[in-house]
Structures are given as C-alpha cells and as structure tokens.
Design a protein around this ligand. Structure first.
Ligand code: ADP
Ligand code: NA
Length: 331
C-alpha cells in the first residue's frame, strides 16, 4: 500500500509558494482511495533551527500552521496531522541514520550551503536533512509531495534508505518517490523581489512573498511592486525574464491553466494589466482560505485536539516500525 508523507515548518504563515509547491498536492492526495491515510507533519524540530530561544513564538506558530493546513482543506478524518516533536522516534531514528551517513554528503547539500551564509551555522542546520530522512523513513513512506527545492533532500532520503538496507541486510526501508506539482502547478515559486531566489518564509523582505493571510490591499501592493523588467509584454522565459515568468507561473497554478493558456490570454496586454488580473485572482482565492482560517483560530481547543488525535495515530505506526528498527540495529 502507498503511504504519503510530507512536512512543513511552523516558522511562519505559509506563503503561496508553500501552497502551490506542496499543500495543494497534499490536499489532492487525501482522496486517493487505494492508499493508507497520508501523514502530514508540522516539523517544529526543524523550525528550531531558526526559532531557538523563542518558545512562545514557536508554540503560537505551531497552532497557526496547523490552522492554516486545516483552512487550506486538510481533513483530519482523511489525513494524520501531528507535531514532529510529539513523537520521539524522529530524533532517535535521525541519530541511527546519521551513523551510516557521511558528513561530506551533508556538507554538499544546497540548502546547507546557501543557509550557512545567512543563518548561524549550527549543527542542527547541518543535520537538518538527516532529520528529514528520519521523518520519511520512520513511516516507511512511499510518496513525498514537496516543492522542487526539496529534490536533493529527497534523493538523500532514498540513498539513506538503500544504505540502511545494505548495512542491515534488509528491505525494511522503502525508497520513497518524489511527487511534484502536475503540469499547471508551480514546482518552485520565486521571490517577488529577487526572482532568482525561491520565495521563502525566511526571505528578508516582506514584499518578496505573499502570505496566505495577506489582506487584499497588501496582495495588491506586493504584486504591483513585484520586480519585472523593462519590457511590457507578458511571456514565459524564465532564463531571460525570471520576474514576469514567475508571475505567469503563479497565475497558471492558481487558475489551473497551463503556461501557454496564460500567455495566450494576455497576448497584446501589458505587464501592468496582467498584474491587475493576477492580484484580483489571488485576492479571490485567498479570501476563501482566510474566512476558514479565522473560524478555525477561534477554537484553539479544536486545533490542539487535531494534533493530539494525529499524535496517537502516528505513534501507533512509529512504535511498530521503531521496534523493528531497534531490533535490526541491535539497540
Ligand atoms: P520555507 O522554505 O518557506 O521555510 P518549508 O521548508 O516549510 O518552507 O517547506 C514546506 C513545503 O513547501 C516544502 O514541500 C517545500 O518544498 C515547499 N516550498 C517552500 N518554498 C517553496 C517555493 N518557493 N516554491 C515551491 N514550493 C515551496
Ligand atoms: Na524549506
């Protein structure tokens, strides 16, 4: 049976990159009949790489992230939604896996190389991908829906599974497959200010990303300020016109249209006219999310209960698998 697993950091309100790159797929995958319930994890241990020393904020962001997932359409009756730190097996397995992984491999991870420049290069940041491997392998996951910034980390998880299987002469660990957004989906949404960088919760400028919580006036000003170039036509040429191309891709993803359809729709129109259509579309799409988010945030007890029920379901699977892993490793 297939098992879907993915995670999101509670390091800030999800942005449209998180939604188009990952969450949209998470929701679609809830309805696969022939598979086990998908497991979606709020990876608060990963978020500690940027939120150490801010316990209140981390706690609050964990609640808000959970509410965001529910507001996007995740259904706790169909999916297992829980907090990473509530299952101790994740860190335990991360250690076991780190004992069969070469530190050179981790040193070559792109995210490590780029974040090292802007963050404190802690040991946690360095071994971040190892914990992600543990998340995936612990549930013997077969399908991992993520944005394309995570391809390298997923490849590491696949390799680590193989190394584990070789080391312990077993086929216990599954080699998970990457699930990227389909044709009309944006695999990687870029920053609105620096279109060569990905949109991220950790981008410096607020204007670089559109959060799912952004009010209409904010969406409007962020889109109007989005970096384009001195040509006014609407086209998709990521290499030479990354700014406009990113906006075209966002428009296509949100309206379920292909890139070609979007370019055709705006043939002969200016980038300014296109931007107006884009902010109107986003405002409409975000409205539904925002009303749902506000409703859910009024009942904190409900949110905590979702995480608690999810913890119980995840624990059952994790316990069973960990028992076998400990047996195999001799611990
Ligand atoms: P962030 O990088 O903003 O902190 P996370 O690390 O929590 O986001 O990633 C959560 C999910 O969102 C992952 O599957 C990741 O691939 C996806 N994702 C993050 N940023 C983008 C982006 N700019 N475009 C597409 N997908 C993204
Ligand atoms: Na990330």
């Amino acid at each position: 049976m297939r098992r879907v697993f993915s995670g999101i950091q509670p390091s800030g309100i999800p942005h449209i990159g998180n939604y188009l790159g990952a969450l949209k797929n998470w929701i679609a995958l809830q309805n696969t009949e022939s598979a086990l319930p998908p497991i979606y994890c709020i990876v608060d241990l990963h978020a500690l790489t940027t939120l150490s020393g801010h316990p209140q904020q981390l706690r609050q962001l964990t609640i808000e992230s959970t509410a965001s997932l529910l507001a996007c359409g995740l259904d706790p009756k169909k999916s297992i939604i829980f907090k990473q730190s509530s299952i101790h097996h994740h860190t335990q397995l991360a250690w076991i896996l780190s004992c069969i992984t070469s530190s050179g491999v981790l040193g070559r991870m792109n995210q490590w190389k780029s974040r090292q420049k802007t963050h404190n290069s802690t040991l946690g940041l360095f071994s971040y991908p190892m914990l992600m491997c543990a998340d995936i392998l612990l549930y013997r996951s077969t399908d991992v829906p993520v944005g394309d910034d995570q391809i390298q980390h997923l490849e590491l998880a696949r390799n680590t599974a193989e190394i584990f299987n070789r080391t312990y002469e077993t086929d216990f660990m599954k080699i998970a497959e990457l699930i990227l957004p389909s044709e009309s989906g944006a695999c990687r949404v870029m920053s609105l200010r620096e279109p060569l960088e990905k949109m991220s919760k950790s981008n410096q400028s607020e204007y670089s990303r559109i959060n799912l919580s952004d009010m209409p006036s904010v969406v409007k000003s962020k889109i109007l300020r989005a970096v384009t170039d001195n040509e006014s036509r609407v086209s998709f040429e990521p290499d030479t016109r990354p700014g406009v191309s990113n906006l075209v891709s966002i428009y296509g993803s949100y309206s379920d249209k292909t890139i070609e359809m979007v370019c055709q729709e705006f043939e002969g129109k200016s980038t300014h006219e296109f931007k107006i259509a884009l902010h109107d579309l986003l405002i409409e799409k975000l409205y539904a999310y925002q009303t749902e988010y506000q409703r859910i945030m009024e009942d904190k007890g409900y949110i905590l209960n979702v995480l608690e029920q999810g913890r119980k379901q995840a624990l059952e699977i994790a316990d069973e698998n960990m028992k076998q892993i400990l047996e195999m490793t001799g611990l």
